[in-house]
Design a binder for this molecule. Structure first.
Ligand code: RUB
Length: 291
């Protein structure tokens, strides 16, 4: 049986009422609370894991709950354990990420990544003085969530449209985003337009990095699967386009590893090519060989 809470959470994830890889994964795991029967858990997980296709952290997190249930944990214990693991991961990322933020820096980011926001807020709490340019991430403008959150934390923020990223990148000391997925060959998938930001940063010789939990690694890519790019409704871009005009709305794009200077993870600051090794030692329960 699928609970009303799981149905609602799945719907909210699909509609982007719940957004960002980390928040999606945590909401999905939390929605399993109170469901103990393994057959019910499996039905709920089946529904939740496909709520958005480009979200390995969602799938890895749900797999973790199943793994813990198989090891004899109650659902409540498995969820508590998951929270401990994920909170510890974010704490490591916040510490390592904040170290890279120096006084006087101008930093560009885009869309809304809770992980990026946590790093920037941590640097601010530590007394660092810096400012952030946020690209808005049309069509759903999640950049406004970031701008609002950082501004409330007392960080000076400037909002720009996505197409102004290259115009301002020369003024930046650092460009930094979150990620939804990292593949076995080190490619990173994040909100569509991120690859343009990385490209502009590369051209301007501005450092570009990502702050990312290791659970965003997609084990299926180890077997040669390509990360699926979610296609969203065209009407998010243009509600009623004129007849004859086709609208495409990919949610994400792919940034090649050669444009990514660092990945700040709970396993340390690494380059994208080494993600596989780090995740294997940190989370051996992710069955990479048989994925
Ligand atoms: C959000 C997005 C975020 C990543 C990382 O896209 O691309 O950068 O999910 O976020 P959407 P986090 O709004 O379509 O979900 O660091 O919070 O996991």
């Amino acid at each position: 049986m699928i609970s009303a809470k799981v149905k609602k959470t799945t719907a909210d994830i699909k509609k982007i009422k719940i957004q960002g890889a980390h928040t999606i994964a945590v909401a999905a795991v939390d929605s399993l609370s109170g469901i103990e029967k393994i057959s019910d858990i499996k039905s709920c997980i089946k529904l939740l894991r496909d709520a958005r296709p480009t979200e390995p952290m969602l799938r890895n997190s749900l797999d973790y709950i199943l793994y813990k249930k198989d090891s004899g944990f109650t659902t409540k214990e498995a969820i508590q354990d998951y929270h401990l693991m994920i909170d510890e991961a974010v704490e490591h990322i916040a510490k390592a990420g904040a170290r890279r933020i120096k006084d006087g820096m101008k930093i560009m980011t885009r869309c809304h990544s809770s992980t990026v926001a946590t790093v920037l807020k941590r640097a601010k709490e530590q007394g660092r003085v810096f400012e952030v340019y946020v690209a808005e991430a049309r069509p759903l403008y999640q950049g406004r969530i970031t701008a609002n959150e950082l501004s409330k934390a007392g960080i000076p923020v400037t909002l720009i449209v996505d197409s102004a990223m290259r115009h301002y990148i020369n003024d930046m000391d650092l460009a930094m985003t979150g990620a939804d997925a990292i593949t076995s060959d080190g490619f990173a998938i994040n909100k569509v337009g991120t690859s343009m930001m990385a490209l502009a940063a590369h051209e301007a010789r501005t450092e570009f990095g990502m702050v990312v939990e290791l659970l965003k690694f997609d084990p299926e890519t180890k077997l040669g699967e390509q990360e699926k790019i979610e296609m969203r409704e065209p009407k998010e871009v243009w509600d009623k386009p004129p007849k004859g005009v086709k609208v495409l709305n990919p949610a994400f794009d792919v940034t090649p590893p050669e444009y990514i200077h660092f990945l700040t993870t709970e396993g340390g600051v690494i380059n994208p090519y080494t993600m596989l090794n780090v995740i294997q030692s940190k989370y051996p329960w992710i069955d990479i060989s048989l994925a």
